[in-house]
Write a protein of this length. Structure first.
Lengths: 488, 213
């Protein structure tokens, strides 16, 4: 069996590499369907442009800048298969996980019996699977597929894993989380890697950029290595200027309580990173995730160090007025919140309006009003009844309201207030409904340059209404005091 | 614990036969399509509607069930919406399934969902459909007294499907389709048997419809 595995691995690896011609070979290719991002205009334009003297300069300037590889759906599919093979091999040969003992018999059983719900812990289902999906998504993006085209690839890769990569039955919740979470994380990581990578860099800086870009988007790193892009010096053939980009780092203490007061709880350190890519009011964005926000929080002395990962990526944006004062937006939500008090995960879409109201020459209020559609959410529950699982699954809807007082050109939120409510109808777990609410008040002010101090106060409330068990409530106040540092 | 309802193995064989037959028709249609292609995408604009009938097989699963069987049946669907671009149609779909081989139990499913149909190729009629919405499950169980009990529950539904528009006139296409509808309704109280926990049904369909663009 090991020999067969090694043979399969070798075949897949060869397949994944073959057809990834290095840059030198690419240069000889005609402008077919080249992978163009920001510095390229579709080569169809070049082909269809009239061959006239006055248009020649346009055609030349529209030619793709950089290595500009053609779209390779076949390679993307092969690489997704290879990723599944690698993950399966890792779990089987290094971790000796029983679920990896698969073959025609388990495949036939899984296809015959189909989806059910699984009992994995919260971080596996709501974080590890989305991360796995982000690898599939990266395989699509780095082979020239656009955002939308990479979704079926991600969904297909997940289906393959669920049906063929595990001996137990495919889990419906895994498929949703891997696909939708993979979209959010995969596109975010791909965009961030574009900011790090720079084809014009040289030397040690270049090497470090390639390593960092590869860590952010592993399949992109793999493809750049195989194609020789890592050593190509010249223009970058991908979006490197989102118009606005900043990272906010908060580090401090976090007290989280139970019930009415903080006294019943614990106080620990935390550090969080907020990546703001693009400013919705600054530029006319067209493509999905041209603006997004990725937030990551690490909690000290908690059951999981990685306590929060959230992505909000704009899928569609349209001006409601002639000025960019009110924007209708559709954005993709991915939420993973896992700490001693709360388990909450969400994959969904929000439709809403973002507005800005000038208060003075320098100050403005920005507001968000949105309605959430939760395709599948997960929330901690007292009576799950699915083996050791501690949370229920279900679809739902929600609302979110936010108002922020900000200074133009500054990254500090002088004052922000918000409220969100999500209703989840259980379809796996304890039969019933959950209402999760969060209210917060936050303020951060500059102290020295881009360094400042901040404080948040929030209350999260969960009301669970079970059909066959007593209703339960959970209330957790939280206070955070921290230093905040903006990097642009 | 829900007592397993044993179904004859022939049911699975019949299911496969009907789906295989439907699949064969679709395959033939696809071959036919290639010969009449070069249809262009100019007809994909404005309002569109699609409806059809399908052979179907449904499998209901729950956490405390220990028997898995496929039920034969028939299904219908109706979709309508607007054209976002020559590549993308959006709209709504209603669908229904009725089990036809029920002996002890019978299952009906009705659903409504928001859908998107994506045509990857401008000049070909092939499309991928995804949808999300709500579905209702009705389970009828025959009692020894000759009557039956009905259990109903509404939950979420997700659909993934494929189809191919075979253009017959300017605005009308014949559309072979295959779909899967996954309906998750949660716990279902079944009288007099007990409660089926975390019920999830997988409905596979293959059929043909008519599309108006």
């Amino acid at each position: 069996m090991t020999r067969i595995s090694a043979l399969v691995a070798a075949l897949l690896l060869v397949g994944a590499i073959v057809g990834v011609p290095p840059v030198a070979a690419q240069a000889a290719q005609p402008a077919g369907s080249l992978q163009c991002d920001s510095t390229c205009i579709s080569s169809q334009f070049v082909v269809s442009a009239p061959v006239a003297a006055d248009s020649l300069s346009v055609s030349q300037s529209a030619t793709c800048q950089g290595p500009c590889h053609p779209k390779r759906v076949d390679l993307a599919v092969l690489q997704v298969i290879f990723v599944n093979y690698l993950v399966g091999s890792f779990n089987r040969f290094l971790r000796n996980e029983p679920f990896t003992y698969v073959g025609p018999e388990t495949w036939a059983t899984n296809i015959r019996e189909g989806f059910n719900w699984d009992d994995n812990n919260f971080s596996t289902n709501q974080l590890a699977h989305p991360f796995h999906g982000s690898i599939y998504f990266g395989a699509g993006r780095s082979n020239g597929l656009d955002f939308w085209e990479s979704i079926p690839l991600t969904a297909g890769g997940s289906l393959m894993w669920e049906y063929l990569g595990e001996s137990h039955r495919p889990a419906f919740n895994d498929w949703i989380a891997t696909t939708m979470g993979g979209m959010a994380l995969g596109e975010s990581f791909y965009r961030l890697s574009s900011l790090v990578l720079n084809n014009e860099s040289t030397g040690t800086t270049r090497a470090l950029k390639e390593i960092a870009g590869g860590l952010l988007s592993p399949m992109r790193g793999f493809n750049r290595l195989m194609r020789g892009d890592v050593s190509y010096i010249g223009p970058s053939d991908f979006e490197r200027d989102p118009g606005f980009f900043a990272i906010r780092v908060d580090a401090g203490a976090r007290a989280i309580g139970e019930g009415e007061s903080l006294e019943n709880g614990q106080t620990h350190g935390f550090v969080s990173f907020d990546f703001q890519y693009g400013d919705m009011f600054a530029k006319d964005y067209r493509k999905p995730f041209d603006t997004f926000r990725l937030s990551v929080q690490l909690n000290g002395r908690n059951k999981q160090a990685l306590g929060r990962v959230q992505v909000e990526g704009v899928l569609y944006s349209s001006e409601l007025t002639r000025t960019t004062k009110h924007l209708f937006r559709v954005w993709h939500n991915y939420d993973y919140i896992n700490n001693d008090a709360l388990e909450f995960g969400r994959n969904g879409v929000t439709l809403g309006v973002n507005s800005r109201f000038p208060v003075s020459d320098k100050l403005e209020v920005r507001t968000t009003l949105g309605g959430n559609i939760i395709v599948l959410g997960g929330i901690n529950s007292e009576f799950v009844g699915v083996q050791d699982r501690s949370y229920d699954f279900g679809p739902g809807v929600g609302v979110q309201l936010q108002a922020r007082l900000v200074k133009s050109g500054s990254l500090f939120r002088y004052l922000a207030i918000g409220y969100s409510a999500d209703w989840i109808h259980t379809v796996s777990g304890a039969d019933g409904e959950h209402l999760a609410q969060l209210a917060f008040l936050t303020s951060s002010i500059p102290v020295w340059g881009t360094l400042g101090i901040g404080a948040d106060a929030s209350v999260s409330l969960r009301n669970s209404y079970f059909n066959k068990f007593p209703d339960t409530d959970q209330r957790n106040p939280q206070l955070r005091l921290y230093l905040t540092w903006w990097l642009r | 614990m829900v007592a397993p309802v044993k179904r004859p193995i022939q049911a699975l064989a019949r299911t496969r036969s009907s789906l295989a037959a439907a699949g064969g028709v679709i395959l033939l249609a696809a071959v036919f399509v290639n010969s009449v292609e070069a249809q262009g995408s100019d007809h994909r604009r404005g309002f569109w509607a699609q409806g059809g009938v399908m052979a179907a097989a449904n499998r209901s699963d729950c956490s405390n069930c220990n028997d898995f069987a496929w039920d034969d049946g028939g299904a219908v669907f109706l979709r309508a919406g607007g054209t976002i671009s020559p590549h993308v149609l959006m709209g709504a779909e209603v669908y229904g399934f009725r089990q036809t081989d029920g002996e002890v139990t019978e299952t009906d499913i009705q659903g409504i969902m928001a859908i998107a149909e994506w045509y990857p190729w401008l000049h070909l009629g092939g499309f991928v459909k995804v949808g999300i919405g709500v579905a209702n499950l009705d389970l009828f169980v025959s009692t020894q007294e000759g009557g039956s009990t009905q259990s109903s529950k509404t939950g979420m539904a997700i659909s993934l499907g494929f189809g191919w528009d075979i253009r017959v006139t300017n605005g009308i296409s014949i559309t072979p389709v295959v779909n899967t509808y996954i309906n998750a309704v949660g716990d279902l109280d079944i009288e007099p048997v007990g409660t089926a926990d975390n019920v999830l049904t997988t409905l596979l369909t293959a059929g043909v419809g008519v599309t108006f663009h």
